[in-house]
Design a protein around this ligand. Structure first.
Ligand code: C2E
Ligand code: CA
Ligand code: CA
Length: 512
């Protein structure tokens, strides 16, 4: 037994207090007595030992967990800053990089440079070859950009879609231009995707930052410069200058005006006769849209059709043209100016072809006017048809099902293979004027025209020849057996009021 005042009792008590307060490594001293009290002390020490082991194990586990959580968090942060498709930085990361570079300032006093680029032909690649091919193109473009820049300092980002950007914290404007051209050159090489090889140019804008400038502001400047490049054609690089801002404002004003013009009949159609070569009879007309701008005067389609395409107004414009032209034909029929063989040709954009709504629009306007479908011919460019996807072919079939004529416009400028041409639901081609421009001057040209005619007919189609400017050209074409033609020689495109006069004149010369 042990006494009440045994000092080991208070040792035991203190020891338990130490353990309870978390000091699991402390042990209580055991005496030589080896009595009951010592047994309790030893038991307590053993418990402390177990506790310590359990505690250490737990602590280790918590540490591992914390580390894993930390890594996952970093990964998430990285992913939030990364474009998942290409592994490049994303927009937020780019803005951050730009902000850091702007804050740091460069040794030369010149701000960081940013190149913004947009692929020129990506949409049509994606539409015609599918998204997997499109993704492959984007990945390859990303790799090519990466290998054209300085990997230690420059940040390459994909901003979404087919837009890429490069931040160069330490490049002078001249160096940035060189890098830009190096990237453009790298993109000129064809990109290999399974079973195909494609080319995809790009347009670039450069902005050089200045102290205190906001990253978003630099990005906007690069964007403005990029649009200037795009407007000039493929594979260009423009540096931002304030005058471009003004141009952009004018352009967006023009887009607003065009939108209003479509809504308020500010557009008008001119009509150019298509003539039967053997008789001189006007067999139909082509509707060509014009814009009578309130302050700028007459604007030609080559100028505003691309604008309408870019601004997403082309479908509205196409619908306006379709309705105006078919209603005009209805009026001419009602006035007994034309018979049932007379047709109106209408130019259709590639976008129209892609919309199923357009088939409905054609159906509706035919129903509304009671015009026979054979009297309406839709002109589609070779490029729109050949580059088109399955949906386009479906739409083409749908249009054909309505009974309207379909003609390939600008034939000879695209890439149609002849075997392909045979399978398309079209009845006619309109041969581009470049093919006959040498008629009358180039002695070899008639032979070429004869060959093209033979080829077209071998495909079971007929040809209309456009761009006839002289009597000689008309005569050569007639002599070669060509049936129909169109061009300034017969008549320029004229307002609809002049068509009755032309019809009367031609009727006279056709039956003298
Ligand atoms: P396109 O369909 O090839 O139309 C023929 C163009 O050649 C017309 O120019 C016409 O005025 C011009 N042309 C006619 N005969 C001759 C000639 O003998 N010599 C020369 N050098 N040119 C001739 P325009 O009216 O300026 O139209 C240009 C293009 O704009 C058209 O080319 C067509 O692609 C597009 N376009 C015109 N109207 C429309 C429309 O309503 N919708 C759509 N989507 N595009 C249209
Ligand atoms: Ca045309
Ligand atoms: Ca044409």
């Amino acid at each position: 037994m042990f006494a009440d005042d045994d000092p080991r009792l208070s040792h035991l008590l203190e020891g338990i207090v130490r353990l309870a307060s978390g000091d699991l490594s402390s042990r209580i001293e055991v005496s030589d007595a080896r009595d009951e009290l010592d047994a309790i002390i030893m038991g307590t020490n053993l418990l402390a030992e177990d506790l310590q082991i359990i505690y250490e194990e737990l602590e280790q586990r918590v540490q591992v967990r914390t580390q894993l959580l930390h890594e996952a968090h970093l990964e998430m942060q990285k992913m939030a800053m990364q474009d998942p498709l290409t592994g490049l930085a994303n927009r937020s990361a780019l803005i951050e990089a730009l902000r850091t570079a702007l804050d740091a300032g460069s040794a030369t006093g010149e701000g960081p440079a940013i190149l913004l680029m947009d692929l020129d032909a990506f949409k049509s690649i994606n539409d015609s070859m599918g998204h997997t091919a499109g993704d492959q193109v984007l990945i390859t473009v990303g790799e090519r950009i990466r290998s054209a820049v300085r990997s230690t300092t420059d940040v390459v980002a994909r901003l979404g879609g087919d837009e890429f950007a490069i931040v160069m914290p330490e490049a002078s404007p001249d160096q940035a231009v060189i890098v830009g051209h190096r990237i453009l050159a790298a993109l000129k090489r064809p990109i290999e995707i399974p079973g195909r090889s494609v080319r995809c140019g790009a347009s670039m804008g450069l902005s050089v930052g200045s102290a205190g400038q906001a990253p978003e502001d630099m990005l906007m400047e690069a964007d403005v410069a990029m649009y200037a490049s795009k407007a000039e054609g493929q594979n260009r690089l423009h540096r931002f200058e304030p005058a471009l801002l003004l141009m952009r404002r004018l352009r967006s004003q023009l887009v607003d005006d065009l939108r209003a013009a479509i809504k308020t009949d500010g557009l008008m159609l001119h009509y150019q006769p298509v003539v039967e070569l053997a008789t001189g009879r006007i067999e139909g007309v082509e509707a060509l849209v014009r814009w009578n701008h309130p302050t700028r005067g007459f604007i030609m389609p080559d100028e505003f059709i691309p604008l309408a395409e870019e601004a997403g107004l082309i479908s509205e414009l196409g619908l306006w043209v379709l309705r105006a032209a078919v209603h005009q034909l209805r009026d001419w029929i009602d006035d007994s100016l034309v018979d049932s063989r007379f047709s109106v040709r209408i130019n259709i954009s590639a976008t129209d072809l892609q919309s199923l709504q357009f088939i409905e629009d054609v159906r509706n306007v035919l129903k509304e006017t009671g015009v026979r479908p054979e009297q309406v011919v839709l002109e589609l460019t070779e490029v729109a048809i050949v580059k088109g996807n399955e949906l386009d072919r479906y739409s083409l079939g749908g249009l054909r099902g309505l009974g309207v004529g379909i003609e390939i416009d600008d034939f000879g400028t695209g890439y149609s293979s002849i075997s392909y041409l045979r399978r398309l639901p079209v009845d006619r081609v309109k041969v581009d004027r470049s093919l006959i421009s040498g008629l009358g001057t180039d002695p070899g040209q008639p032979e070429l025209v004869a060959a093209v005619l033979q080829l077209v007919r071998a495909c079971g189609l007929e040809a209309v020849w456009e761009g006839v400017e002289t009597a000689e050209q008309a005569e050569i074409l007639r002599g070669l057996g060509c049936l129909s033609a169109q061009g300034y020689y017969f008549s320029r495109p004229v307002p609809p009021e002049q068509i009755p006069l032309l019809l009367a004149d031609r009727a006279e010369s056709a039956n003298p």
